[in-house]
Structures are given as structure tokens and as C-alpha cells.
Design a protein around this ligand. Structure first.
Ligand SMILES: [Fe+2]
Ligand SMILES: [Fe+2]
Length: 133
């Protein structure tokens, strides 16, 4: 299972959001590497916590941006964010309760979600933004 490499196709041409996506992908790759290198539970716990924190930070920023530009599908987009936050939250809980469930299937689901979300869903509000002026 490969890492996610940031490349131009991820770019939404919105500087601060692109920068956040790079950082977000970076943390996802840290989690990926921890899994691949067989790191212990402390590393997972810390990295999952970073992923959770950064996800909340990024979503809040993005939601404020979508509101500012009066994005028509804001509510649908926020629902997708909420679902992902819940997924990470339950992952953390399961991990903390000792059910070590972070295997490659979970990892690739997280990676796919993140990749598709940027390429498909975030792209929609970016297109809306670039065509609204
Ligand atoms: Fe995003
Ligand atoms: Fe988003």
C-alpha cells in the first residue's frame, strides 16, 4: 500500500487550503509509515491524535471559507466532514480501548477517503469559487 504523494492534481489554486491539504496528507503519511514500520501503540496514539486535531482544524477553516463565498452545497459538504470526524473519533476510541484495529484495510480506507474528498468534493467548492467572480 503506497503513501499518498501530493501532486498538482490535488491543487485547488487556493493557497492556504492547498497548504493545509499538504500538511494533512503529510500526517496521513506519518500514520501510514508507522503502520508499515510496525511502530508501537504510542506512536499510533500520537499520530492518530495529530490526524484528528489537524482534521478538525482544517475542516473548520474550510467551512468558514465555504460560508464566506456562499457556497451553495455548504451543508452537504459539512455533513461529509462530520462523517469523517466521527470515523476518526471511533477509530481513536477503539484504539484506546485496546482493540488494535489499525491494519492496512483501515489505512487504505482513510487514504481513499482523503484523496477522493480533495479531488472530488473540495474541487467542487474551488470551482464554484473560481467561477463566481
Ligand atoms: Fe479539504
Ligand atoms: Fe472538505
Amino acid at each position: 500500500m503506497p503513501r499518498i504523494d501530493w501532486n498538482e492534481k490535488f491543487s485547488l489554486s487556493i493557497r492556504e487550503i492547498d497548504d493545509q491539504h499538504k500538511r494533512w496528507i503529510g500526517i496521513m503519511n506519518e500514520l501510514h509509515d508507522a503502520l508499515m514500520n510496525g511502530e508501537g501503540p504510542d506512536t499510533f496514539e500520537k499520530t492518530l491524535e495529530s490526524l484528528s486535531e489537524y482534521t478538525h482544524y482544517h475542516f473548520a477553516h474550510e467551512e468558514a471559507f465555504m460560508k464566506k463565498i456562499n457556497y451553495e452545497a455548504f451543508h452537504d459538504h459539512r455533513r461529509l466532514h462530520d462523517a469523517f470526524k466521527n470515523e476518526i473519533f471511533s477509530l481513536q476510541n477503539e484504539f484506546l480501548s485496546g482493540n488494535v484495529i489499525l491494519h492496512s484495510q483501515v489505512m487504505s480506507r482513510l487514504q481513499n477517503w482523503l484523496r477522493d474528498h480533495i479531488l472530488i468534493e473540495d474541487r467542487k467548492f474551488a470551482d464554484f469559487y473560481h467561477h463566481s467572480d
